[in-house]
Design a protein around this ligand. Structure first.
Ligand SMILES: [Mg+2]
Length: 283
């Protein structure tokens, strides 16, 4: 298994940033010419007091309550605040799509992220106690263990009926593509969430975009991510460049659905829809 390719950005605690120290006044000033420092990937506040944050064990219980799973069984409730909030976004999305009229000769399309946008990973968060581990996560992915995010199957099915092309865009690695497809649609293994099959693009590409190893990047990713560390796409660059690629083939991405801001930044969508996910943050 290729550890480095697994939903990586989520778990990178720090991003190395090279900093060149200014050399002041020529020789003899006591700084090295260059040094490097590490910066956290997540920019946030520094609490002045413990009272400014929620104790992490208490927070975990709040999340269990939010998912309607106070005892932490790993199954969220259909009546939970999570399900209500996700369903609300799903119905806002479908209402927007239904009112949208296609412009010109492009084909209208939607783009959907997978984890916690179409498939809910609550069971894995509970199992892992919110500590992502690529090996155990792969068990859940390859076992196709994730149920649908509430409301989203109906939304995507309606979109398909209304003539939208359906594209899925995930940071999961290419090695997990078949399991992802099986979990999303129906293959008789694990959960069959019942989403429509991805649309095959003009030119024959399949419409479930997983993240390739750098060595296998298509030209549009190589170009878009050339300045990223080791040429490896950040989530935002990977997703935005893929949406740009889709639109370059004659599609108009009317709506982009994601649970992370990094799913939604970078343009190439007329409207974005943010699904709830208080469990992790992927810069
Ligand atoms: Mg996601």
């Amino acid at each position: 298994m290729n550890i480095t390719s697994l939903r990586g950005p989520r778990r990178i605690a720090v991003a190395a940033v090279a900093v060149t120290a200014a050399v002041l006044g020529g020789a003899g000033v006591g700084w090295a010419a260059a040094t490097s420092t590490a910066q956290p990937a997540i920019k946030t506040i520094t609490p002045r007091s413990e009272k400014d944050v929620t104790n992490i064990d208490v927070l975990r219980q709040q999340l269990r309550n939010y998912y309607g799973d106070p005892l932490g069984t790993g199954q969220f409730a259909a009546t939970s605040n999570y399900a209500r909030e996700a369903s609300k976004v799903a119905s806002e999305g479908v209402r927007y799509l239904s009112h949208h009229r296609a412009h010109g000769h492009v084909t209208k399309a939607i783009v959907l992220d997978v984890d916690d946008t179409t498939l809910a990973t609550w069971n894995y968060e509970v199992f892992s106690n919110w500590a992502y581990n690529p090996a155990t996560n792969a068990d859940y992915v390859n076992g196709q263990k994730f149920p649908a995010v509430p409301g989203m199957v109906a939304t995507v099915r309606t979109a398909e009926r209304e003539g939208y092309a359906i594209f899925y865009l995930t940071g999961r690695p290419t090695s997990q593509e078949q399991a992802t497809l099986g979990n999303l649609t129906a293959d008789g293994v694990g959960v069959d969430a019942g989403f429509p099959k991805p649309t095959t693009l003009r030119g024959g590409e399949d419409g479930l975009f997983t993240k390739p190893d750098v060595s296998a990047y298509p030209a549009y990713l190589k170009k878009a991510c050339a300045a990223d560390p080791d040429g490896k796409c950040t989530t935002i660059h990977y997703k935005a460049a893929t949406r740009a690629h889709i639109e370059s083939l004659g599609y108009d991405i009317v709506a982009n659905f994601g649970d992370q801001y990094s799913d939604l930044k970078g343009g190439y969508a007329d409207q974005t829809f943010k699904l709830p996910n208080p469990n992790y943050y992927l810069p």
